[in-house]
Design a protein around this ligand. Structure first.
Ligand code: CMP
Length: 139
């Protein structure tokens, strides 16, 4: 089934000028970038986006990292896009990520792990709506 998922290229990757290389991995996997914008997240935006992690010990550092430098927010479209992108990203901790995945190739640590991708179709819809209007997504 054709789906859309939400992706963030995180500050550790934009800082190292890796946006194009990450986009190449995404596109080679058959996912289509149907919306994309570079933006500096506000603290309020980052806190809201990661609200589910608010009680976790890494929440403060996560929000600080995500707001420190620009990110690239994206909508990816394709067959089984949610699961496919999670496969393409690799495990959250790059030490556990498979060869060829974005996190194996580029991530620095579990915190600076280069990309975020939605974990379910329902969350994809919620996350996409936080950053894009319908007319900004061109499939
Ligand atoms: P992401 O997919 O963006 O969702 C939550 C983020 O928290 C995760 O990727 C990691 O970058 C970050 N994080 C930092 N420390 C941890 C941890 N110990 N466990 C899980 N996620 C962590």
């Amino acid at each position: 089934m054709t789906e859309r998922t939400f992706s963030i290229i995180k500050p550790d990757a934009t800082r190292r000028n890796l946006t194009g290389k990450i986009n190449a991995v995404i596109e080679e996997a058959g996912l289509r970038i149907v919306a994309q914008r570079r933006v500096k997240l506000t603290e309020a935006q980052a806190k809201k986006f990661y609200e589910v992690h608010a009680e976790r010990p890494f929440y403060g550092e996560l929000v600080a990292q995500m707001t420190a430098e620009p990110v690239v927010v994206q909508v990816l479209e394709g067959d089984n896009a949610v699961a496919k992108y999670r496969e393409v990203m690799g495990a959250t901790n790059p030490d556990n990520a498979d060869e060829g995945t974005i996190r194996k190739l580029f991530a620095l640590s579990i915190g600076e792990n280069s990309v975020h991708g939605s974990d379910s179709l329902e969350n994809a819809g919620i996350e996409i709506a936080q950053f894009f209007k319908d007319e900004e997504i061109v499939g």
